[in-house]
Design a protein around this ligand. Sequence first.
Ligand SMILES: [Zn+2]
Length: 635
Amino acid sequence: MRAGFGSAALVCLAALTGAHSAQAASESIKPGVDYHSFANVADFRVRHVDIDLVVDFSARRLSGHADLTVARQNPNARQLILDTEALEIASVSWLKPGAEPAKLEFRGGKAKPILGQPLQIEMPAAAGRRDVVLRIEYHTNPKASGLQWLLPAQTAGKKHPYLFSQNESIHGRSWIPLQDSPQVRFTYNAAIHVPSNLIAVMSAAQKGADAKPDEAGHKVYRFEMKEAIPSYLIALAVGDLRFHEISARTGVYTEPAVLDAAAYEFADLERTVATCETLFGPYRWGRYDLLILPPSAPYGGMENPRLSFITPTVIAGDRSLVSVIAHELAHSWSGNLVTNATWRDFWLNEGFTTYLERRIVEVLYGQRREQMEDALGLQTVRREMADLAPADQHLAIDARGRDPDDTGTEVAYEKGKLFLQFLESRFGREALDAFLRSYFDHFAFQSIDTEQFLDYLHAHLLVKKPGAVSEQEIHTWVYEPGLPGFAVLPPADVFAPVDKARNAWLAGTMPTAQLPVKQWSTQEWLHFLDNMPDEVPRARLEELDHAFALSGSTNAEIAHSWFRVAIHNDYAPAYPQLERYLVTIGRRKLVKPLYEDLMKSPRGAELARSVYAKARAGYHPITQTSIDAIVTPRR
Ligand SMILES: [Zn+2]
């Protein structure tokens, strides 16, 4: 996933170095154990999933069946436990080869907050160690947390409904009964029945639509994923979609109204894939396409294999926000190929991917752009860490009892990236690249935990140059809070000209018209706005807004940073556009800080409540959950 440069505060903080270790809370945690799944993975393993689902937009429901091929790991095990959330299970049967399907007993176990409900299935004893194929007939709940059902009015084209899934972290269980744990990998096939004027796409090879409609007149699209993936990478979208080819193996799907803008914005897609291959080895998934979602998409991007799901808020018109694409593509190596075994190990996905992303940006857009993105990333993680408990500043975090959607912070991304940067500085880029390629090869299509990575790191990199790093240094990175004092930080002066311009402007020695914004990239604008002092005179904000139309900016990141300045200073002329922004965009990292800022003053809180009352229905369930906790009703 990629959140993007969404979280900004108005002060610069000193490095959080030298903080004390606080590992007490995680002493009893068992590495490799997934505390976010009910599945008894030591007894049974799902190896293949075959789904056949009808998409019913009027009932907001998927219905049909999932056939699970299950391998018995423990010959004495009798009960298979799957993860579900709000699924209506109609029946479970054993598809015995050469015989009639045999009904199996099943029951829903005790539901738990965040995790959903276990589905307990009594397995046939006779099958020994052979695979068992089960058919589960079911339908989903209209409020399934992994699905967003959009009305035509919520789409770009306004004519057709739209559906998309977001499984990471643990929402796959809300639309498929599964072992919903990143350590269980399986292949999948799918048949998706949709209204005949819509198109279905998935994170899998497209086998095309059946020549004939089904009995209900639905078009049936078929898919096949031959590589074993974890459940959080199954993905589905249905809508009025068009495709634009960028190269023989890359292209972009969007609603027709967005196609031209997306084709322009993502024209570098093939170059991005080729760059990644040069750096980190072959791309192993066949095609790489993008699906540009409607603006309610909760994340910047989601690395669904073969088909990354992307927020339209990265379409800035000048390709300045495409690092999100580099990020999602890089997940084809770190995350999709080598996967975190549990959500404690999320940094293995995101820290590596952020490092790879910056390496790609450096090749494609130059070192200066890369350094600016590094510097913004550092600012973001420092600000976020200032509000995090020490234990949540570790790379390997204890996420037990919490929603992994909330525990995956910038620490996993930016501190994880800085850890790899540190290794690069001690061993050299060439050695680190060779190590990364061997790491991706060695663990390809496997899920691993933090300690497995550290073992491999010791055996294949640290031994190459004894003494280059100490045990204590590695420990500090992974199991201690803050950024180590020996971290290698981006050059401090990359934004110096912007700081100088801001200071002169604030002091009144540089008139607004003379701000050198013509040469500024999006990243420089963000730095300019994110580091404004707490109070800026209203007249100056008016000048800025009038000169550069910031309230109406079509760059979603710049608008976000500007709105934060406006809210801090209660600059009301920005509020109509702020409201439009919050009602249109549902990307969590962009809207959440705005609501948080608004709630800090009585007047802002009023505005937050009235805007959220209009915006909430259009938000994805993941965003709704986050904003519900911020915008409290008036007492
Ligand atoms: Zn990511």
